[in-house]
Design a protein around this ligand. Structure first.
Ligand code: ATP
Length: 310
């Protein structure tokens, strides 16, 4: 049984199809990454899943129950960490967490002990009594995350939780999220950082212009490109169109072409040395050929024609 299933989710703002027929599921014990550039529709998707926005069409099913048939049940199951910080700067870290504990219906005793536990896990115990306005960006992000966890949600929705913080603070948050998964929380994680999706997620959905273009494990997505290697050719390519070269289209798929570089994958199971021979025989002056493992960036490139770089 999946903890979350979205089916044909659709939302338009005037002419913009912010989320266009998106379907996926988050299974128990996994971190599902929704990866896409700014404006791809990630926040709109999370807003519909958490009940902040009503979909124009489609359904959100939380633990087998449609969200809108029992929103209270869905909200008990999920915790939501918005991209914009939703914390009170004048209050201390402890007061912020206890406040959200009360909002989640915990008794004051429960809220206090759960807060102590979370402060520890978030490595914020020694700053618990300081006003949040004195925290660093990474510490604020951690408190923001903690606020969604008071009621021990089985499903956590995280909307770009590491935006705008330094690399060390980012690693800290990623580690915390990994531990949450290890303790049994299923997570929907939106990001525009390829590296986070690669490091963290068991399955990844690639979203662009509101549409889910592909999904699978990192390995499955890489396999879409035709195995575990890509060929990178450096040559004077300018106006040439590789697909017009004799026999090229039958043997190679173009992942990216610039004036100086051509990235291709081989079609079908082929010996790399054969491929190299084919590539060196192309009707351009090849200066260099390299082999590399396909990255998630290459998958994104092939699907959208654009780079998704940090
Ligand atoms: P970001 O990381 O920049 O927030 P995103 O992937 O979360 O990007 P969304 O915020 O979901 O993307 O936006 C998807 C599209 O919908 C964008 O084109 C955005 O401009 C548009 N959009 C989102 N919310 C609204 C709104 N309330 N009114 C009008 N357009 C909106």
């Amino acid at each position: 049984m999946s903890l979350l299933r979205v089916q044909g989710l659709f939302k338009a703002f005037a002419a913009i199809r912010a989320v266009d027929s998106v379907s996926f599921e988050v299974r128990p014990g996994e971190i599902y990454g929704l990866l896409g550039p700014n404006g791809a529709g990630k926040t709109t998707t999370i807003s519909m899943i958490s009940g902040l926005l009503k979909p124009d069409a489609g359904e959100v099913i939380v633990a087998s129950t449609p969200f809108w048939s029992d929103p209270q049940k869905a909200k008990r199951i999920m915790g939501v960490v918005p991209q914009e910080l939703a914390i009170y700067e004048e209050l201390t870290g402890r007061e912020n967490l206890e406040f959200w504990g009360a909002m989640a219906g915990l008794s004051s005793g429960e809220a206090r002990s759960r807060t102590t536990e979370l402060l520890e896990a978030l490595t914020l115990t020694d700053r618990a009594k300081d006003a949040v306005k004195t925290y660093s960006g990474g510490m604020k992000r951690r408190i923001n995350l903690g606020c969604a966890l008071l009621h021990r949600p089985k499903l956590l929705l995280l909307d770009e939780p590491t935006v705008g913080i330094d690399p060390q603070a980012r690693l800290n948050i990623l580690e915390f999220i990994r531990n949450l998964r290890a303790s049994g929380t299923a997570i929907l994680y939106t990001t525009h950082y390829l590296e986070e999706a690669e490091l963290l997620c068991q399955r990844i959905g690639i979203i662009d212009h509101g549409r889910l273009l592909a999904e699978g494990s990192l390995k499955e997505l890489q396999d879409r490109l035709g195995g575990d290697r890509l060929f990178v050719l450096e040559a004077e390519l300018k106006e040439t169109s590789p697909d017009s070269w004799d026999g090229f289209r039958q043997r190679f798929r173009v992942i990216q072409k610039t004036e100086r570089q051509l990235v291709v994958s081989a079609i079908g199971p082929r010996d790399p040395s054969e491929c190299l021979k084919d590539l060196l025989g192309l009707p351009v002056r090849v200066e260099n050929v390299m082999l590399k493992r396909p990255s998630l960036n290459d998958v994104f490139l092939q699907l959208t024609g654009r780079e998704l770089r940090e």
